[in-house]
Design a protein around this ligand. Structure first.
Ligand SMILES: C[S@@+](CC[C@H](N)C(=O)[O-])C[C@H]1O[C@@H](n2cnc3c(N)ncnc32)[C@H](O)[C@@H]1O
Length: 218
């Protein structure tokens, strides 16, 4: 369902010290933009930031960069951040197309963790390449991840999940954690995103995996 236009979103984001829609100059220098060098975690398609805000609140020792392509959604996200983790020192929000992520993140930014939560499943075959877990995307993330960097992926969508298992394998990742019913594990460290809350209420199970690039060393 399309969100109603939020006329207040862009003016509020323009006043927000931790938002930018011109992130290119920070490529390779995100630690300076955050004001302190800490492990860098990305939330791709951060949406309304229910997950990101709680993640930032629980992990002040990490820098958390949220990326989304909707001003209206990011505007709601900023309000949620201010409600959950006001004036965060460890959050940056960016309006940008994830398909071009390598234009704003450099290997020297040393991404430690990438979160992909409930991304669009793009069910039609002709659109599969737009999936955030499509091999072409996973190959690009590999160039940005630190040696011990990881991807944490969650989805409601069975088809996307099963096909993503193949994508991660094809792109040279090892999957080191996997569940088709995350909530059955009652992991207190799991933070629910807004879509996770919604789908769980509908009785849909959350599928999740954690993966890291396979090391090819001796
Ligand atoms: C289904 S929502 C999930 C939001 C949140 N992660 C959650 O779990 O509730 C997908 C989000 O990804 C964003 N998005 C989709 N494609 C994108 C792209 N190519 N670049 C940046 N953001 C994108 C959308 O604007 C939307 O906010």
């Amino acid at each position: 369902m399309r969100m109603r236009k939020k006329t207040w979103a862009r003016p509020e984001l323009a006043e927000c010290a931790y938002f930018t829609d011109a992130p290119e100059p920070f490529r390779g220098a995100w630690a300076e933009r955050f004001g302190e060098k800490r492990p860098l975690w990305l939330d791709l398609g951060c949406g309304k930031c229910v997950f990101l805000a709680e993640l930032a609140r629980r992990n002040p020792e990490s820098n958390i960069l949220g990326v989304d392509i909707s001003y209206d959604i990011l505007g709601v996200g900023r309000r949620n951040i201010e409600a959950i983790a006001p004036n965060p020192k460890n959050v940056q929000l960016v309006f940008f197309n994830i398909e071009k992520l390598a234009e704003i993140i450099a290997p020297e930014d040393r991404v430690q963790r990438i979160y992909i939560n409930f991304c669009n499943p793009w069910p039609k075959k002709k659109h599969h390449k737009r999936r955030l877990t499509y091999p072409r995307q996973l190959e690009m993330y590999k160039t940005l991840l630190a040696e011990d960097g990881e991807i944490w992926f969650k989805t409601d969508n069975d088809e996307l999940f099963e096909e993503s298992l193949e994508y991660f394998e094809a792109a040279g990742y090892e999957i080191f954690a996997l569940t088709r019913d995350l909530h059955a594990e009652n992991d207190p460290e799991n933070i629910e995103s807004e879509h996770e809350i919604m789908f769980t209420r509908e009785g849909i199970r959350t599928k999740a995996l954690k993966a890291r690039p396979k090391r090819t060393g001796v």
